[in-house]
Ligand binder design. Structure first.
Ligand code: ZN
Length: 179
């Protein structure tokens, strides 16, 4: 049986990015908890865990991992993107695109694309989870006021969109298994 895992990147005592009192881990944990609750409301069970991605998942499991980026005084970038394992096939890329369309729906993040793992990606363990359905989402830039405003104020509606996309993806997978 396929499981959905929600991963809030980093830990309370090792929060990842920090910017003006904002902590990456707190940002993504808040978002992840809301997503877990929304999925349960939709009848989809998901397991929330914090910290590194980990290894040894079943090959059909879905991992939705959440992080944030920062500009570090370079250009003023904003928006969300998702990174997939290097061997993600076209159908996983398509699912990733659909999930991104939830995050980038009305009032949401600017769309910054679906990427596969390259050496530039800081999440090296993405290729070791054991499942090609590993989606590492970057919920905007911590030093961009627009992205922070979206995360702080629009998360509930974006999460509803995201949960809706996930429900459709799950339904299709079920139909495929039954046919
Ligand atoms: Zn991170």
């Amino acid at each position: 049986m396929r499981k959905i895992y929600i991963n809030a990147g980093h830990l309370a005592y090792s929060p990842g990015g920090v910017y003006k009192g904002r902590r990456e881990h707190s940002d993504v944990l808040r978002f992840s908890s809301l997503l877990e609750r929304e999925l349960k409301k939709e009848g989809i069970s998901a397991v929330l865990y914090e910290g590194p991605l980990g290894e040894g998942f079943n090959e059909n499991d879905i991992i939705l991992s959440f992080h944030r980026d920062s500009n570090m005084k370079k250009e003023e970038s904003h928006g969300a993107y998702v990174t997939l394992p290097a061997d993600a096939d076209a159908s996983v890329q398509y699912d990733a695109f659909r999930l991104m369309s939830g995050l980038c729906s009305d009032g949401g993040f600017k769309y910054r694309g679906v990427h596969t793992y390259t050496k530039k990606c800081p999440h090296k363990s993405i290729c070791k989870t054991g499942t090609p359905f590993t989606f590492v989402f970057t919920l905007g830039f911590m030093d961009n006021y627009r992205d922070n405003d979206i995360l702080d104020n629009k998360s509930p509606s974006l999460i509803r969109e995201l949960a809706g996309c996930l429900k459709e993806i799950e339904k299709e997978a079920e139909n495929e298994n039954n046919s």
